[in-house]
Design a protein around this ligand. Structure first.
Ligand code: BGC
Length: 570
């Protein structure tokens, strides 16, 4: 089959495949280990996840992102892969994985898996062969050197654990390069056989039916003497090659870049129309600035970063998020802002790890319902597709007495029963203990009790998800940031012309307004293109004061309040 470029939806009898489904999807990150233990061994598993798909469907989730569940010594939460095509036995079997894909697809839910291609575990047979047989077929699979002084400008990503990107191997008697933990040697992408091997892995999972990949640590594939080892030109070439394979042989499957970089550098991972790279990229530039705004009571940083990240291909989608399984990274903010963030959010040094904060969303926001709502309202209104982290929909807490990022990877809290209903195992056998802190104890914070309260955070988030999904403008529309006379207020219009997709053929404009002030405020917003427009609240439908004939709107907002207002132009 020759190269085919798909731009329009593919229509089969009775079925329309929207190739840009990812632009309208709500994603949910769930670690197999953490969600539900079906066999009482203390660890979550695939069968457990399958049994909870109804819950995720009810919540309104369109796609799951599963961090690695492959064979692994689990020294880095599974990001240390020992075999890319085997499932860790405690998580289940390949047949169960196939069943997960089928059952998810039956619910119109997609499965995106994580692929750490930059490195493997030192337990991977490729590494074992490489260290013991330098002249053998795997001898050149990793980045070996006689000295540990090469590339001194490449930063260390885990400074709390590593003081060099090189480690000495006593078998081969050479140094190997590692961007992350020293037990995670980097693969050598200058070796074409490494390309073949990882492309085989990609095909293996696509043939099993997965809908896409999160490309873990993707900026770091290549190193060079001139660059800093982040987004080197050869790395982008490799991603283009991967994208061409996906587009040609697996249209409709997606690639998501995990590139924790400065705004323009992250945007580069989308590529261009002519040379596309990833369909999506996590919005690392926006994420820390949301948290900054919540405490600084100023929208300035967000306004600045939003204007920097708009110029991307029309099919590209940001993956916006508040939290994930890693620390809230502060690598890409200035030193001054980083110190402010530590002061606000990580006042106990135990809350920090590497260059970031290892806490969950609810604890970061001190369980403030107003802030949780504001943060989610913003998340769901920003350009791109939102990614939720399991448990944040019920405001789960964390456990900073656990090491590293395990603090926010504890078992999902389903009920007030033993082990929070996660597992029937002896509590001491759980892979991590359930949260039992004063405020976030599982006896209070759990799915069952929130289902029983119509005003719970869980019901609130589900409602927002459904409102968002009823308005394609949020996924597909453009953004225009508006001037306001109050620095605490962020206002933007999302606009969608309503054409070109199999869904949502109505043009729509939605004015979104967020107040970061810790007290009520009045604000005047300039919306020159909307003079005379009528405004209606998107949740209740109630009419608001119209924008005046000069294109100005006067509003008052309660403490940390927000509005989503449908604008009907005159
Ligand atoms: C993952 C981390 C992991 C690292 C090294 C990432 O960026 O998100 O959880 O520790 O890659 O594999």
């Amino acid at each position: 089959m020759g190269r085919v470029t798909f731009t329009a939806p593919i229509t089969l009898p009775g079925l329309t495949l929207d190739l840009q489904w990812y632009r309208r999807s709500v994603f949910y990150e769930v670690m197999v280990r953490s969600f539900y233990d079906s066999n009482g061994d203390g660890s979550g598993d695939l069968a457990g996840l399958i049994s909870r798909l109804d819950y995720l469907q009810w919540l309104g989730v369109d796609a799951l992102w599963l961090p690695p569940f492959f064979a692994s010594p689990l020294r880095d939460g599974g990001y240390d892969v020992a075999d890319y095509t085997q499932i860790l036995p405690e998580f289940g079997t390949l047949d169960e994985f196939r069943e997960l894909v089928t059952k998810a697809h039956e619910r119109n839910m997609r499965i995106v898996i994580d692929l750490p291609l930059n490195h493997t575990s030192d337990q991977h047979p490729w590494f074992q062969a490489s260290r013991s047989d330098p002249d053998g077929p795997y001898g050149d699979f990793y980045v070996w050197s006689d000295t540990d002084e090469k590339w001194p400008d490449i930063r260390i990503i885990f400074p709390d654990y590593e003081d060099s990107n090189w480690a000495f191997d006593s078998v081969r008697r050479q140094f190997y390069f590692h961007r992350f933990f020293s037990h995670q040697p980097d693969l050598n992408f200058t070796n074409p056989r490494v390309h073949e091997a990882v492309i085989d892995v990609v095909r293996f999972w696509l043939d099993l039916g997965v809908d896409g990949f999160r490309l873990d640590a993707i900026p770091y594939l290549y190193e060079s003497d001139e660059g800093n080892g982040e987004g080197e030109p050869e790395t982008h070439e490799f991603i283009k090659k991967l994208r061409a394979i996906v587009d040609r042989d697996y249209p409709g499957r997606i690639m998501i870049a995990e590139a924790n970089q400065w705004p323009r550098e992250v945007a580069a991972f989308f590529g261009t129309d002519e040379e596309p790279e990833c369909h999506m990229a996590f919005d690392f530039p926006v994420m820390p600035r949301i948290f900054y705004s919540l405490r600084s009571q100023s929208a300035d940083e967000l306004v600045a970063v939003l204007s920097e990240t708009t110029d991307v291909p029309s099919w590209a989608a940001w993956g916006v998020f508040l939290r994930n399984h890693d620390e809230l990274t502060l690598e890409m903010v200035s030193e001054e802002y980083r110190q402010a963030m530590y002061g606000w959010y990580a006042y106990d040094p135990r809350m920090r790890v590497n260059v970031g904060i290892r806490r969950r969303l609810a604890t970061l926001l001190d369980n403030s319902r107003a802030e949780l709502e504001l943060a989610h309202a913003l998340l769901f209104a920003l350009p791109g597709s939102p990614f939720l982290y399991y448990g944040d929909e019920i405001g789960m807490g964390d456990n900073i007495w656990l090491p590293d990022r395990d603090s926010s990877r504890t078992p999902m809290q389903w009920t007030p029963d033993r082990n929070a209903g996660f597992s029937s195992a002896d509590p001491g056998k759980l892979y991590l203990p359930v949260v039992q802190s004063l405020v976030y104890h599982y006896s209070q914070v759990n799915v069952e009790s929130q289902l029983a309260q119509s005003r719970s955070l869980l019901h609130w988030i589900r409602n927002v998800i459904h409102v968002r999904k009823a308005h394609p403008v949020f996924g597909l529309g453009s953004i225009e940031v508006l001037d306001t006379d109050n620095p605490a207020v962020l206002a933007f219009v999302r606009s969608y012309a309503g054409a070109g997709t199999p869904v949502g053929d109505q043009p729509e404009d939605v004015l979104c307004v967020f107040s970061f002030a810790h007290n009520p405020v009045a604000v005047t917003i300039d919306a020159p293109g909307f003079a005379g427009a009528e405004l209606f609240d998107l949740f209740g439908g109630h009419r608001f004061p119209s924008i005046d004939d000069d294109g100005r709107l006067h509003l008052t907002l309660g403490t940390q309040g927000f509005f989503w207002l449908k604008a009907v132009r005159r």
